[in-house]
Design a protein around this ligand. Sequence first.
Ligand code: FPP
Length: 225
Amino acid sequence: MDGNGRWATARALPRVAGHRAGAESVRRVVEAAPKLGVRTLTLFAFSTDNWKRPHREVAALMRLFRAHLECETPKLVANGVRLRVIGRRDRLGDVLRGAIERAELATSDGTTLDLRVAIDYSARDAILRAAAQLQSSVVGHHVVSRETFAALLSDGDAVPDVDLLIRTSGEQRLSDFLLWECAYAELHFTPRLWPEFGADNLASAIDEFRRRERRFGAVPDAAAG
Ligand code: FPP
């Protein structure tokens, strides 16, 4: 969800105003996603590297996450959205951690959309943690399947591989996001800043995705015969 800062700066507003506008985009996209056939949506809200930002900005983001969770949970429940927060929790404040736990519990029966919000998240750290778990649980020589490893990565949740990764604001990097899960992801880069990203932009990204030929390393059907 890149471009909040630039959106604010272009309007001579403080960066946090961009994050607030970004939260409105989150609301719009979460509402639109299930109607467009999306079953799992993961939003990268805060990376482990984002702690390097000025304290004021980090504190404002943490308050925004809490306020958003508290305010949106009833709507998520009504719309059948199941929320899970991925990433480390031990460095978050007690108040935010409590809000996350309440929102996850309240939405746990949702079946329309699996909404995953990554906070204090690093894909490389997640892979290391899964590997450490494996090391401590495997006795003798075991061949570890991809499925077993994927389940460890997502704390036992059956999370599918990423089909489509959308990156806003012209950035063209993965930035330590879902590295394992994105092995065959289709990438969509848009110059649009996140606060300007809406349901119609999601719809056209999905349209374009549906037109792509995904071969997963195989040859096209016509050539196979
Ligand atoms: C990156 O853009 C954005 C973030 C680090 C924060 C994302 C947070 C939100 C969209 C707020 C709402 C989120 C939830 C889950 C309620 P940037 O600040 O790096 O923008 P820039 O590249 O223009 O500086």
